[in-house]
Design a protein around this ligand. Structure first.
Ligand code: EPU
Length: 342
């Protein structure tokens, strides 16, 4: 295991941006990982773990050892009553896992079908879609410290999950590498069908009582129709988080946009779709040089041949400023940015 030096990361990020890593290594198991950490420590290089690169913006070169997580393994740890406990290695593909669980009769992941990325990256942003968040299914996360190589086990509460948020984006950012995740799923069929567009799709296409497979297929169909495939149109999914506004800010926004949708949150707060705001500001389908806003979903930025992450961030800043000027709402970028000069 000797890391390669000065490696292009273009193949390793779904936005197809050009950036170079000072060093790069693929890890398949614990031994590879320990050796890589040792190698980096000797050279005083920081370590940056990377899965499929589907939720990152590479805004410049990385003076770091990039760890490409490829460890595989799916294990049933326990089966009791209606629940099954799985331990999945960080390098497994997320969507492959969802399909495997469905086929095995382990339920709970169907609404999260077709989300790009790896299992190890999923807890970082607490992936969520169609009314289900990963936080509701995770039992614990196994990780290794990038500081001293020690093993950590974080239970659900210690992960400090929030909307597109977790401890891995804050206190443990660039401090650990996730090695495996434990999930608790259901053995008897259960479905979550309340998300408006999913409910509508199921009403139009399925029996009155949809099965987990119906939900899985509906989600695959909804996502395929609206979200671009990164292999054809390079993107990182939602580029901004949906802002969560206080009751008062939401009332103020309604004066400017009386028909703005709002999804009630705990404590009277309202989650507002950033895609709606961007759409209303006229950005949907707009192209600027080699980048643009997708024409089916205003929350997705597409790279049409731009190689610079800094240019993409400048484009995103224009969108953010325009929403702020028009509606007084500040949008926050959703993917993790690396290599930004400060
Ligand atoms: N909308 C518009 N115009 C647009 C896009 C959306 O008016 O161009 C409106 C829709 O009509 C709808 C509302 O915004 O009323 C919500 O849209 P949608 O159901 O597509 O969901 P979203 O809030 O834009 C979130 C997640 C997605 C996830 C979907 C489905 C975030 C940042 N994004 O998007 O996650 O797939 O819900 O649950 O929370 C991702 O994180 O990469 C991602 C794709």
């Amino acid at each position: 295991m000797t890391p390669q030096q000065n490696v292009s990361l273009r193949r390793f990020n779904t936005l197809d941006l050009e950036a170079r890593a000072a060093a790069f290594v693929t890890v398949h198991n614990e031994d590879d990982l320990l050796q890589a950490l040792h190698w980096a420590k000797k050279r005083k290089l920081p370590v940056v773990p990377l899965g499929e690169g589907s939720n990152v913006v590479l805004a410049g070169d990385l003076e770091a050892l990039v760890l490409h997580q490829q460890s595989k393994g799916r294990e049933v740890l326990a089966r009791e009553g209606n629940s099954v406990l799985l331990r999945i290695a960080a390098g497994e593909g997320w969507h492959d896992l969802v399909g495997w669980c469905l086929a095995a009769g382990y339920h709970g992941l169907e609404n999260l079908a077709l989300i790009p990325g790896t299992v190890g990256a999923a807890p970082v942003q607490n992936i969520g879609a169609y009314g289900v968040e990963l936080a509701s299914i995770i039992r614990c996360v196994h990780a290794r410290s990038l500081v001293d190589g020690s093993l950590l086990r974080l239970d659900n509460a210690q992960c400090e999950f929030g909307y597109r948020d977790s401890v891995f984006k804050h206190r443990l950012k660039e401090a650990v590498v996730i090695t495996a995740v434990e999930f608790e799923l259901r053995v008897s069929p259960c479905t979550h069908t309340e998300y408006p567009s999913l409910k509508q799709y199921l009403r139009d296409h399925c029996q009155p009582k949809p099965t987990p497979r119906d939900v899985y297929e509906a989600v695959v169909s909804l996502r395929s129709a609206r979200l671009p495939d990164p292999r054809q149109e390079p993107n990182a999914g939602s580029f901004f988080k949906n802002p969560v506004l206080s009751e008062r800010s939401f009332e103020e926004l309604k004066i400017l946009a009386h028909d703005v949708p709002g999804f009630p949150q705990a404590g009277g707060a309202m989650k507002v779709p950033a895609g709606w705001l961007i759409d209303r500001c006229g950005w949907k389908g707009r192209r600027q040089k080699n980048q643009g806003v997708h024409n089916e979903h205003a929350l997705v930025l597409v790279n049409y041949g731009n190689r610079s992450g800094a240019d993409l961030l400048a484009f995103a800043a224009e969108i953010r400023d325009s929403v702020e000027r028009t509606y007084g709402v500040t949008l926050e970028i959703e993917p993790t940015c690396y290599g930004q000069s400060t």
